[in-house]
Design a protein around this ligand. Structure first.
Ligand code: GA4
Length: 332
C-alpha cells in the first residue's frame, strides 16, 4: 500500500468510508488471567455480556509475537509491485483495500493464509522469494502457540458452560481438517485525511466473524471498536502484550445464542500504523453447526436451522461485510 501519495490513493478509492473518531474509550473490557482458577467463569460471563474479552498471562512467548511482527512489517514495507505478486486473494494471499469479493473496501492491506496444513515454504515463496523459510517458521511457531492457548481457552469455556464432553468446542478446532485461517492486517496511518477533515478512514468495516473463535493480537496502535448491547460503538484501548478473544457466529449457534458474536470494526489511526494478527478458529467444512446437546435445557429448541460449516461459509462469501449473516439461518 503506497502511503506517500495518500490524496491520490484517496481519490482513487473514494469508496472507503470515513468516521469521526468520536467513539468513547471503553475501559470496561473484561480481562481474564488464563492462570486464574476462576478463569472459566470469567470467560463465560465476558462472552455472554460482550462477546469479547482480553486475555492476559496467556503463555504465548513474546519473542514469537515480535518475530512474526518483524517479518510481517518487512513484507508490508516491500514495494507495492512485489506485494502484488502475492495477490490477488482467492481468498488467500495478499489483498490491498478490497475485502472479500462483493465490493467492500477499507484502508487496509493484508495477507490471508490458510492454517491447515501448516504454512509451507512453497506457499510463502511468493511473499519472501529470498527467504521464505524465515517467514514460514515465524508464522508456524506463532500459530502453533496461539492454537495451543486457544484450545485451552475453549476447554475452559466448555467447563464454565458445563458442556460435556469438555472437548466439544476444541475438537473441531484441533481436527486436521479444521477450516481455520490466519490474517495479518496492516493499516497505514491516514495522516492527511485526518488533518483535512478531522475524520479517520475505516480500516476494516463493521462485521462479525463467521468462525467459532477469533484471537487477535495487535501492536499498540488503537483502532479496534466494538458494538455494545445498547448499539453504541466504543473504542478498545490496544494492549500489545495481550490477546483479544471474540466469539464468532458458529459459537453463537453452538451455544444456542447464549454467547454473542460481537460486531466490531477497525479505524485507521491518523499517526501510527496498526498491525494485527488474527487466528480464526473454524471447524471442518463437513461439521454440522448445531447447539451442543449438553447445553440445551429440557424442551429447549434450536434458534437456528441446521447447517454445515461449508453451507455457512459459502453463504458468508456471498455476503457483504456488514451483513447480518446469521439472519438467513434463524428459524422463523
Ligand atoms: C471476516 C472475518 C475474516 O477476516 C474472514 C473475512 C472474509 C475475507 O476477508 O475474505 C470476509 C469476511 C470475513 C466476512 C464476509 C465476507 C468474507 C470478507 C467478506 C466480505 C477471512 C472471514 O472468514 O470472514
Amino acid at each position: 500500500m503506497v502511503v506517500h501519495s495518500q490524496s491520490a490513493a484517496l481519490n482513487h478509492c473514494s469508496l472507503i468510508k470515513t468516521c469521526k473518531p468520536t467513539a468513547s474509550v471503553f475501559n470496561g473490557i473484561p480481562v481474564v488471567n488464563l492462570r486464574n482458577p476462576k478463569a472459566k467463569t470469567l470467560i463465560v460471563k465476558a462472552c455472554e455480556e460482550y462477546g469479547v474479552f482480553k486475555l492476559v498471562n496467556h503463555g504465548v512467548p513474546m519473542e514469537f509475537i515480535i518475530r512474526l511482527e518483524t517479518e510481517a512489517l518487512k513484507f508490508f514495507n516491500l514495494p507495492q509491485s512485489d506485494k502484488d505478486k502475492a495477490g490477488p486473494p482467492d481468498p488467500f494471499g495478499y489483498g490491498c483495500k478490497m475485502i472479500g469479493s462483493n465490493g467492500d473496501v477499507g484502508w487496509v492491506e493484508y495477507l490471508l493464509l490458510n492454517t491447515n496444513p501448516q504454512i509451507t515454504s512453497h506457499k510463502t515463496h511468493t511473499f519472501f522469494p529470498e527467504n521464505p523459510e524465515i517467514f514460514r517458521s515465524a508464522v508456524n511457531e506463532y500459530i502453533q502457540a496461539v492454537k495451543r492457548m486457544t484450545f485451552e481457552v475453549v476447554e475452559l469455556m466448555a467447563d464454565g458452560l458445563k458442556i460435556e464432553p469438555r472437548d466439544a468446542l476444541s475438537k473441531p478446532l484441533r481436527d486436521d481438517k479444521s477450516d481455520s485461517c490466519f490474517r495479518l492486517n496492516h493499516y497505514p496511518p491516514c495522516t492527511e485525511l485526518q488533518a483535512l477533515s478531522g475524520r479517520n478512514l475505516i480500516g476494516f468495516g463493521e462485521h462479525t466473524d463467521p468462525q467459532i473463535i477469533s484471537v487477535l493480537r495487535s501492536n499498540n496502535t488503537s483502532g479496534l471498536q466494538i458494538c455494545l448491547n445498547d448499539k453504541t460503538w466504543v473504542s478498545v484501548p490496544p494492549d500489545q502484550t495481550s490477546f483479544f478473544i471474540n466469539v464468532g457466529d458458529a459459537l453463537q449457534v453452538m451455544t444456542n445464542g447464549r454467547l454473542k458474536s460481537v460486531r466490531h470494526m477497525v479505524l485507521a489511526d491518523s499517526m501510527n500504523a496498526r498491525l494485527s494478527m488474527i487466528y480464526f478458529g473454524g471447524p471442518p467444512l463437513s461439521e454440522k453447526i448445531v447447539p451442543l446437546p449438553s447445553l440445551m435445557a429440557k424442551g429447549e429448541e434450536s434458534l437456528y436451522k441446521e447447517f454445515t460449516w461449508w453451507e455457512y461459509k459459502t453463504s458468508t462469501y456471498r455476503s457483504r461485510l456488514a451483513d447480518y449473516r446469521l439472519g438467513l439461518f434463524e428459524k422463523r
